[in-house]
Design a protein. Structure first.
Ligand code: 0GY
Length: 307
């Protein structure tokens, strides 16, 4: 058994989250969350850039029930590298209520892909955030994308807004549905109508295969969780960005808690308040149902989607 020491300064996830006031629509999906280990059972990857606190499938599913979600999409986190065992174990113990996004290398075999598919994996994640991963050549990623396209999987991409120009040609050649993590991490201290966010909107406008998660205000916010003028204002600076993406691309947006919130050092969000935040970015019952139920069901459980 290996003992893993958590990265210094990294906060533990928030135990005892509040009960959200927003009652999630029936069938809501938490479309971005992780499991970490437990390290004694599923060792963290030698090449990891951080060591998390353990966050098990049991704890994830207890949070799902507490918040009122019906299902989860468990995204492979970088601390587990391309060893997808902990994520797959979570899917296999979900009673069909979790689907997954894996990290794979070029060496992955068709048998391994088939095994992951049968367990509920429906996508691969390509990560370009330099503090999280080492560089992988784009030809290797393109080869992986071409292979997983045969299973009907999609590609999840994670990058910083300043890197979009350099990655544009690669992203726009991907042969699958492409899901952007956290709106491409905009710098929300810059104007929403400035060139950086305009490029992201152009990316989504010109490429109808591109979807976006409108999650992680706690990562993007400069003003933070403080309710400056009452609770309505948590992560206020992120709201206009997320709301615009939800309203412009309402049939291609997803939302997730990002539990257990890797790599946060300043504050750890209360997941109940994060759920309440949804009502500020998806402001009508119709938009909320598309964001939380219809879109993730169509992408991850197409067999359940009505149209
Ligand atoms: C996220 C964000 C982060 C980390 C990871 O896989 C990961 O390590 O995704 C981050 O540090 O920004 O989406 O969970």
């Amino acid at each position: 058994m290996t003992d893993f020491i958590k990265t210094p300064g990294w906060l533990d996830w928030y135990a005892g989250p509040s009960q959200p006031r927003f009652k999630l629509p029936a069938g809501s999906v938490d479309a971005h969350c992780h499991v970490f280990g437990p390290g004694a059972e599923f060792a963290y990857a030698p090449e990891r850039k951080y060591t998390p606190c353990d966050a098990s499938k049991h704890q994830l599913y207890a949070l799902r029930d507490h918040l009122g979600f019906d299902k989860n999409v468990v995204v492979q986190a970088t601390c587990h590298g391309a060893d997808n065992k902990a994520m797959i174990d979570a899917l296999l113990h979900s009673g069909g209520k979790a689907r997954g996004v894996a990290t794979v290398r070029r060496s992955v075999t068709d048998e391994e892909i088939q095994y992951m598919h049968d367990a509920g994996v429906r996508g691969v994640r390509f990560n370009f955030v330099k503090r999280l991963v080492d560089f992988t050549p784009k030809d290797e990623l393109m080869e992986i994308a071409a292979r997983i396209a045969h299973w009907g999987w999609h590609v999840v991409i994670y990058f910083e807004a300043v890197d979009l120009p350099e990655l544009w040609d690669f992203f726009t050649k991907l042969p699958t549905t492409v899901v952007v993590d956290h709106m491409g991490r905009p710098d929300v201290s810059k104007p929403i109508d400035g060139p950086e966010f305009a490029l992201f909107e152009r990316f989504m406008t010109e490429h109808e295969n591109v979807w976006s998660k409108v999650s992680c205000p706690e990562r993007l916010s400069v003003t933070g969780p403080k309710a400056l003028n009452g609770e309505q204002n948590a992560y206020q600076d992120v709201i206009p960005f997320a709301r615009r993406i939800v309203e412009r691309f309402s049939n291609r947006v997803l939302w997730g808690t990002d539990w257990p919130h890797p790599n946060l050092k300043d504050h750890m969000p209360d997941d109940g308040l994060l759920v309440d935040y949804i009502t500020h970015i998806a402001t009508t019952p119709e938009l909320q149902k598309m964001l939380l139920v219809d879109n993730p069901t169509r992408l991850y459980w197409p067999e359940l989607a009505k149209n």
